[in-house]
Design a protein around this ligand. Structure first.
Ligand SMILES: O=C(O)CCC(=O)C(=O)O
Ligand SMILES: [Fe+2]
Length: 246
């Protein structure tokens, strides 16, 4: 397809992604479209892919506008997270995480009928998102589940209730690394229900050059840092490679 995914932008077909490469699943039964940064340095490189304006005249403008609004809401939530950690409100700005905003909007479609019931197929196999936070909106069709105690076995999965007009906010893995697991990343998955489903996920990731390392207030001699420092861009690339088998 002309708009197929390049530089993590564009169309991703059914079964192209598998969050759990060790599972028997042939991949997640969802298709999607990624829209990367729409303002700042990252947008200047024009990597986003857009459908033809003749066919969808207002699509690009609508996506850019929605992306900007999500970025602004996301940054406010990051300020609240900083305050909750007894940091300055602009802490994550100061360490360069939000310097050049790195936000990825993903439009997702889960087909209803799959026609094969003997295979282990998830809408989205269990995973946590990679970045700082994710803002998630859906059409209200069920399927999304969360595991609150991800370190316990067996895993207990709970349906996430839909609240009209509200976003679901997931903590991402880099926020977990910053906070040394004080803020745990949200383990979640989407189960197929036989019903068609649409959702919109906005991943707010740190600037690729930002070094994500344990916050001083989140470690001590009795509670050392659990993760080594990493550069956000390199970490994201690695996670994408694992999910898409590149
Ligand atoms: O569709 C959903 O509700 C969740 C999507 C998701 O978890 C993801 O794309 O990372
Ligand atoms: Fe997710």
């Amino acid at each position: 397809m002309k708009l197929s995914r390049k530089h993590h932008r564009g169309y991703t077909p059914l079964y192209s992604e598998n969050h759990d490469p060790l599972s028997r699943s042939k991949g997640d039964s969802k298709e999607g479209f990624y829209v990367g940064p729409v303002e700042g340095d990252m947008a200047q490189t024009n990597l986003n892919q857009w459908p033809s304006q003749e066919i969808f005249p207002t699509w690009r403008l609508t996506m850019e506008c929605y992306h900007k609004k999500l970025m602004s809401a996301g940054k406010k939530i990051i300020c609240l997270i900083a305050l909750a950690l007894n940091l300055d409100e602009d802490y994550f700005e100061k360490v360069g995480a939000l310097d050049t905003p790195n936000g990825f909007l993903r439009l997702l479609h889960y087909p209803g009928e799959l026609g094969c019931f003997n295979e282990e197929i998830y809408g989205a196999s269990e995973h946590s998102d990679y970045g700082m936070i994710t803002l998630l909106a859906s059409d209200g069709v069920p399927g999304l589940q969360v595991c609150k105690e991800k370190f316990n076995q067996p895993r207990l999965w709970e349906d996430v209730p839909h609240i009209k007009g509200a976003f679901i906010v997931n903590i991402g893995d880099m926020m977990e690394r910053w906070t040394n697991c004080l803020f745990r990343s949200t383990l979640h998955r989407v189960m197929p229900t036989g019903q068609e489903r649409y959702s919109l996920a906005f991943f707010l990731d740190p600037n690729p050059d930002c070094v994500v390392e344990c916050l001083e207030s989140c470690c001590s001699s009795s509670c050392p840092a659990r993760f080594p420092p990493i550069r956000s861009g390199a970490y994201l690339e690695e996670r994408f490679k694992l999910s898409y088998g590149e």
